[in-house]
Design a protein around this ligand. Structure first.
Ligand SMILES: Cc1cc2nc3c(=O)[nH]c(=O)nc-3n(C[C@H](O)[C@H](O)[C@H](O)COP(=O)(O)OP(=O)(O)OC[C@H]3O[C@@H](n4cnc5c(N)ncnc54)[C@H](O)[C@@H]3O)c2cc1C
Length: 404
């Protein structure tokens, strides 16, 4: 039986940043870590690839500078039944990357820094026995003192922890298409909330490609989850129809295009992120359920978890503190806010939300700056709150008038 002091399951952005952050603070840990990945990089990861500068800045603090193909992001466009609003910035707010390329480059950097990465090794079960964690893998049984679950949405590590059921799930459909006239302006990410049949939104992003420009068009839809785990195979037929309807209404013929289906896991602030000697990071723990944005969060998760683990000297007895560290961090507070606003955003208050997004330019600016990792100052926050309150008040006044 092979062994490693710390096994990180999953070499996506969360797992790799966890390993990088540990060795940045504790270089001697290099020989104690094992990063496991079921695929071989570059692996295909369904993702629209919008990476906020927040994530890139964290990587840079770890001395990681990536050079994968990218399209700089300069703005956000939000369309609702109340109209369209655009925030454009001369500064770069982030970039659209290809996930296969980014993750492969991160994996290369980890290897160059001496972090052992075993690829093509899939973990099928995890259990604790006599103060050790035993992982059944496709390469045999692995024995470890600590395990970090960075294995994304269908996390095997999470399943082994028997955590409370998720309150909802997100279904995500994605199509790659040619550009069309009604695309948002260059470098702008488009979000369309105008179809109220979708408890979520449609997106339209540029996609870095070879000789010809491409777009990623997708649908993000939330629904209550009755099972504890996200079923990524359940065919959401009506969602495929809605996506096709939308694409065709833009004048794009989706012939030959396959709507690819995936699920996402939203963060639950109440849930513990630790059981025994196992802890969770990245999408295995949960990401922003309102937007479904998770790359920058996964990187932030990894940086925070890596610093935490290095501080404990990889001592399993200190692992229970991880849930509290996460909850009190900027990341935890940010995710908590998203979780708390979720129902107001897509539920009964949807009309008000739409009016606020369109009526308050400061709100859209604040959201864009958050994506870029430049958290809005008190003046912008005040403007955003006042602007949103005014927009919401206008809606209430109009609906009162309509009733009379
Ligand atoms: C269609 C779609 C579009 C998206 N678009 C965006 C976007 O534009 N911007 C954004 O910020 N976020 C987006 N997301 C979300 C984002 O992709 C994820 O939140 C992010 O990848 C989470 O990173 P992670 O490292 O936690 O998990 P992952 O990136 O999923 O990495 C987990 C890794 O673990 C490996 N693994 C899984 N199980 C095992 C196992 N049993 N044994 C060994 N290895 C295992 C996987 O192969 C994978 O490499 C999108 C998601 C979807 C589905």
């Amino acid at each position: 039986m092979n062994s490693a002091e710390l096994v990180i399951v999953g070499a996506g952005p969360a797992g790799i940043s966890t390993a990088l952050a540990i060795i940045a603070a504790m270089p001697e840990a290099r020989d104690k870590i094992l990063l496991l990945e079921k695929h071989f990089h570059p692996r295909d990861k369904p993702c629209a690839g919008a990476l906020g500068a927040r994530g890139t800045n964290i990587l840079q603090k770890l001395g990681v500078h990536t050079s994968t193909r990218a399209i700089p992001i300069h703005g956000f466009q939000v369309t609702t039944t109340a109209g369209t609003s655009l925030f454009h910035s001369p500064e770069t707010l982030g970039r659209v990357i290809l996930r296969g390329e980014l993750d492969a480059e991160l994996a290369d950097i980890a290897r160059q820094r001496g972090i052992p990465l075993a690829q093509g090794v899939s973990v099928s079960s995890v259990r604790e026995q006599a103060g050790r964690v035993l992982l059944e893998t496709s390469a045999g049984v692995l024995d470890s003192s600590l395990v970090v679950g960075a294995d994304g949405v269908g996390s095997v590590v999470r399943r082994s922890m028997d955590l409370p059921k998720a309150g909802f799930k997100a279904q995500v459909l994605e199509l790659t298409t040619a550009p069309c006239q009604r695309d948002p302006p260059p470098g702008v990410l488009g979000f369309d909330l105008s179809d109220r049949r979708i408890p979520g939104y449609l997106w339209n992003f540029p996609r870095p490609a070879g000789r010809y420009p491409l777009r990623t068009i997708g649908l993000y839809s939330l629904s209550p989850s009755t099972s504890g785990f996200l079923d990524i195979r359940k065919p959401p037929g009506h969602l495929i129809r809605l996506l096709r309807e939308h694409v065709e209404s833009q004048g794009i013929k989706p012939h030959g295009q396959q709507a690819l289906r995936f699920a996402e896991r939203g963060y639950n602030h109440v849930s513990s992120q630790v059981v025994g000697r196992r802890m969770l990071v990245g999408e295995a723990a949960g990401i922003d359920p309102i937007s479904g944005e998770g790359i920058a969060h996964a990187i932030e998760f990894g940086a925070l978890a890596g610093r935490f683990l290095a501080k404990t000297g990889l001592d399993p007895a200190q692992l229970p503190a991880w849930t509290k560290v996460l909850r009190r961090s900027r990341l935890g507070m940010d995710l908590f806010l998203c979780q708390s606003l979720l129902r107001a955003f897509y539920g009964g208050g949807r009309e008000r939300t739409e009016a606020m997004m369109i009526g308050s330019r400061s709100l859209l600016k604040a959201v864009s700056l958050r994506f870029a990792g430049r958290y809005p100052g008190p003046l912008l926050l005040l403007q955003a709150i006042l602007g949103s309150a005014l927009a919401a008040a206008r809606i209430s006044k109009n609906s009162t008038r309509t009733r009379h």
